[in-house]
Design a protein around this ligand. Structure first.
Ligand code: MSP
Length: 506
């Protein structure tokens, strides 16, 4: 039987500035889903990349006095380089300036036109050049400003090609009503559903006077409105990511498309409508996350309140950043980030809970049993606390609940430390009469540490690989996460996984 396919995407990032922690956040969450599904034996495709055309990039390039392509080349490289540093295991990195993407966008839009959904018209209304968004009346904040960027909107009056979005009113309503988990979490579903209920207006398909973009194939004086160009990346990437192979048949529609809350309308309304117009299936799920806030405001380059992910990784490693972000900013809600909160999570949880559990377990096996895990029965009480854990994690991951899934595992990390205190192996070790009991406790702790580490691998890939190697546990598949399925023998000592002072760790 063919393995299940799992396709996950992040938004493609604007190359108008360097990556910040907000971008890292989505990529890390998508990576957790990708890694977990690989553990389950699924055939996974994980896509990320850069959005290079349109006004946001053209304006930034002009401000720096460089050509848009030069700015795009420079910043796309930074985003590309960020992925391995985050330990993000993306299968491809798309750039919308790729010539195959350009050709595929033109071809799909020709089809949309042939299907009768394109017409010539005039747009008259408000527009945010930073969002590249034609705002509807409900989306305009006081004083005709952009509610996202707090800048004055421009008044546009331009003749261009239109996409007949209104033709999809009913089909989108059917989609939302028939697939209540199309958009998660529920609050975002409701937001998109009420936008839809407000009635859809047709939207520009092309722009006049914005040269930095894909030419409209039937009217090369105009370029394709950047959002259509950008949205299509999720599909076009599959057509050329693997030379000589069209992966779309295998991976489209996407299982999960992760996005931030500011780009909900484009993904929940425009995107499925465009796909319908091109005779393509719509994605199965969109998961909408919140913003990383600093001092109560959205972290963004323009506001100048950014934490540099490269600097955090350099000091503490990617695992610590991955853990911190997904734990402190519940996936689906807004959350504040700060250096102090990062350090607290690092020290209290990674170092003192998980790191310490690993360190003390390994140390005791060496001290009392010469580094050999006793071949003893496992403690039924602790085993019962682990019962059903892999299934619970998988169920949460199936809903993209990456914070909740991590918490479910972490409860067991804490349970194990409590078990150490309850059973006090150091006391059992003092008396030959309790030697068998000590064997049980040590064998149980090693097995617990092994299964927890298998489950944590999607969040903490580098640390998990190191620890599983020390435990002599080669299998990190989902099946290996079952408590009692392991057969550990000799285990090796390791350096502290999360040193208190990383700069002075050996
Ligand atoms: N290029 C468009 C997306 C096109 S997808 C077809 C775009 N780019 S962006 O670089 O501005 O934003 C990319 C993603 O980063 C969005 O999902 C956005 O929500 C997210 N974030 C940017 N700043 C953020 C925070 N401070 N916190 C969390 N995520 C935020 O929009």
């Amino acid at each position: 039987m063919a393995r299940p396919a799992f396709y996950v995407t992040t938004p493609i990032y604007y190359v108008n500035a360097a990556p910040h922690l907000g971008h890292a956040y989505t990529s890390i969450a998508a990576d957790v889903l990708a890694r977990h599904h690989r553990q389950r034996g699924d055939e996974v495709f994980f896509l990320t990349g850069t959005d290079e055309h349109g006004e946001p990039v053209a304006l930034a390039a002009a401000a720096e006095g460089v050509e848009p392509q030069a700015l795009a080349d420079q910043n796309a490289e930074r985003f590309r380089a960020l992925m391995p540093q985050l330990e993000a295991s993306n299968d491809f990195f798309i750039r919308t300036s790729d010539e195959q993407h350009v050709a595929a966008v033109q071809e799909i839009l020709e089809r949309v036109k042939a299907n009768g959904y394109v017409f010539e018209g005039t747009y008259e209304g408000w527009y945010c050049p930073r969002c590249a968004d034609f705002k509807t009346a409900q989306e305009v904040a006081e004083g005709n400003t952009c509610p996202i960027h707090n800048i004055e909107l421009t008044r546009e009056n331009e003749q261009n090609w239109f996409f007949q979005l209104s033709a999809f009113q009913e089909r989108l309503e059917e989609l939302f009503d028939g697939q209540p988990d199309f958009v998660q979490p529920k609050t975002r579903y409701n937001e998109a559903r009420s936008f839809l209920a407000g009635g859809l207006q047709d939207v520009s398909l092309s722009r006049r006077g914005i040269d930095w973009g894909i030419p409209v194939p039937w009217d090369t004086d105009q370029t394709i409105y950047v959002w259509w160009d950008a949205l299509l990346n999720y599909y076009t990437a599959l057509t050329y990511a693997k030379p000589g192979e069209d992966l779309a048949a295998r991976f489209w529609p996407a299982n999960y498309q992760l996005i931030g809350k500011d780009i909900l309308k484009f993904h929940a309304i425009y995107w499925p409508a465009l796909l319908m117009a091109a005779d393509l299936p719509v994605p199965r799920h969109l998961f909408v996350h919140g913003f990383l806030l600093m001092d109560g405001e959205k972290m963004s380059k323009s506001l100048g309140n950014v934490l540099d992910p490269f600097a955090v990784i350099e000091r503490y490693g990617a695992d610590a950043l991955r853990f911190y972000l997904l734990r402190d900013v519940p996936f689906g809600s807004d959350g504040s980030v700060s250096a102090a909160a990062f350090e607290a999570r690092y020290e209290n949880e990674l170092a003192n809970e998980y790191g310490n559990l690993a360190a003390r377990t390994i140390a005791m096996v060496h001290r009392y049993r010469d580094g050999i895990v006793p071949a003893a029965p496992l403690d039924a009480k602790l085993a019962s606390d682990f019962e059903g854990l892999p299934e619970q994690v998988a169920e949460l991951i199936d809903k993209a609940e990456v914070t909740q899934a991590l918490e479910t595992i972490w409860e067991r990390v804490r349970r194990c430390n409590q078990y150490v205190e309850e059973r006090a192996p150091w006391t059992l070790a003092k008396d030959d009469a309790t030697s068998d009991e000590l064997d049980v406790v040590l064998a149980t702790l090693c097995e617990a540490l092994r299964t927890l580490t298998v489950l944590l691998a999607p969040w903490l890939p580098a640390s998990a690989a190191k620890l599983l190697a020390a435990l002599g546990a080669g299998d990190d598949s989902y099946a290996a996460a079952a408590f009692g399925s392991g057969s550990l023998a000799a285990i090796e000592k390791i350096e502290p996984m999360f040193p208190k002072d990383p700069d002075h760790a050996s």
